[in-house]
Design a protein around this ligand. Structure first.
Ligand code: ATP
Ligand code: MG
Length: 268
């Protein structure tokens, strides 16, 4: 697998139509939260690899270039990539703030943009629920609201794991990224239902057209991923399929980036 040597900031040129699209997107987001002030936004998706981390990064770069003091928090403690996109160390980040009570200020990393900082994931965790379950994540978001105009929080996908729900509780708005032309309607509906049934509304959805909108292609190496439950994209054996059909669970999306059969299920 290739690794890009350049930060996403340098790839994302101001002058392109693509950058203009992101400026529009940011504007729409800011105006989607009508009554309340929008500072902290959680970006999630139904399934793996729909473009959450890429879109989180590009929205944050767009906000910073617009003059807003912006921070990205990588809350995907299972498969973090924000540090790779910004060419920084993953170590010392969110995990340490939440579990070791390390002061946030001591792990915030600077980027080449004066207005843009990052809290990387820190230690990878197979059980992030334990890390998120507590008052620390809420305190962190509140603290960041004091120092920053915009906080973009990248997360794991919402159907396979429940970690994003802990974070959703602390933000002003949730955005659902959908891999255009790939993620099936029923899968998206299930993600929306999960959010709704937990009392979270959505600011909106972002359709990520992965066929040609990005002027580059980042190629990550994937780590093992642990799940609360088997995601609907997994190949099912006949017995499982029958049971799933009966229960009306949606069919999986056709995301081919990851060999899902190699993903271990979460040890309880
Ligand atoms: N608009 C796009 N055009 C082309 N490639 C894209 C686009 N958006 C994302 N990608 C590529 O798709 C892959 C997955 O993107 P990304 O890591 O942002 O998804 P993700 O939803 O964060 O994944 P995960 O569920 O693993 O956290 C990356 O290789 C990324 O470069
Ligand atoms: Mg990601």
């Amino acid at each position: 697998m290739t690794r890009n040597a350049v930060s996403i900031i340098d790839y994302f040129s101001l002058e392109t139509a693509f950058a203009a699209e992101f400026r529009r997107l940011l504007y729409n987001l800011q105006h989607a939260a009508k009554e309340k002030e929008l500072k902290a936004v959680l970006i999630t998706s139904s399934m793996l690899s729909e473009g959450k981390s890429t879109i989180t990064s590009l929205l944050a770069v767009t906000a910073a270039r617009k003059g807003l003091k912006t921070i990205i928090i990588d809350s995907d403690l299972r498969r973090p990539v924000i540090h790779k996109l910004f060419k920084m160390e993953r170590q010392h980040g969110l995990h340490e703030i939440l579990s070791e009570e390390v002061p946030a200020k001591s792990v915030i990393k600077k980027t080449s943009l004066a207005n843009l900082d990052v809290i990387t994931a820190g230690k990878i965790s197979a059980h992030p629920a334990e890390v998120f379950n507590g008052p620390a994540i809420g305190r962190l978001v509140e603290e960041m609201k004091f120092y920053y105009d915009m906080i973009f929080i990248d997360s794991a996908p919402i159907i396979p794991v429940s970690d994003p729900l802990y974070v959703a509780n602390e933000v002003d708005g949730v955005v659902l990224v959908i891999k255009a032309g790939e993620t099936q309607r029923e899968v998206v509906q299930r993600a929306v239902d999960i959010l709704k049934s937990n009392g979270f509304g959505m600011l909106g959805v972002i359709l990520n057209n992965m066929t040609g909108s990005l002027p580059y292609y980042y190629d990550y190496s994937y780590y093992g991923y642990h799940y609360d439950q088997k995601p609907p994209g997994l190949k099912r054996d006949k017995k499982e399929k029958k049971a799933a059909d009966k229960s009306g669970k949606p069919p999986g999306n056709k995301d081919k980036d990851i060999d899902r059969d190699k993903i271990p299920s979460e040890e309880k």
